[in-house]
Design a protein around this ligand. Structure first.
Ligand code: HEC
Length: 128
């Protein structure tokens, strides 16, 4: 009887240890910071995807914005979003969307976050 009990307790301890070690190695879904989440909402609300792409998904009418926060200075991007008629990008102007400064900040946070996701700095691909 004592042997059976010891075996049972041993199994419980082993199972518990296994559960702890497996769950410790699982990736944990972290909630997005609220400004980035707001940026995603604005990206959809203003139909950015109707003209731009991220990671090649979306429209190709204007540039793919995956790495734009790395390529362009933050102040430049800020002006581009709030008064696009003053900043040329790739020889063209973006139509004014009437974005408020707070909306531009959230969109910038979102675009910076996009640029940090893997595969970083490799999109759009260029010929070697
Ligand atoms: C009606 C089409 C259209 C929509 C909608 C649009 N854009 Fe643009 N955007 C353009 C054009 C045209 C350019 C300039 C040419 C280019 O980048 O290819 C541009 C340029 C940009 C650039 C600079 C790109 C670079 O390569 O330097 C950024 C950043 C940008 N847009 C962000 C946004 C965001 C964020 C939204 C949504 C809030 C948005 N755009 C919605 C047409 C659009």
């Amino acid at each position: 009887m004592n042997t059976l009990r010891a075996f049972f307790i041993g199994c419980l301890a082993f199972g518990g240890g296994l559960l702890v070690s497996v769950s410790a190695s699982l990736p944990i879904a972290r909630p997005l910071p609220s400004e980035i989440a707001a940026g995603i909402g604005l990206w959809r609300l203003h139909g950015c995807e109707g003209c731009h792409a991220l990671y090649g998904q979306g429209s190709m009418y204007a540039s793919d914005l995956t790495g734009v926060a790395v390529r362009r200075a933050p102040d430049d991007l800020r002006r581009l979003l709030t008064s696009p008629e003053t900043v040329a990008a790739n020889g063209r102007l973006m139509p004014p969307l009437g974005l408020a400064p707070a909306e531009a900040e959230a969109l910038l946070a979102f675009l910076a976050w996009v640029g940090e996701q893997p595969p970083r700095d490799v999109w759009p691909p260029t010929a070697r």
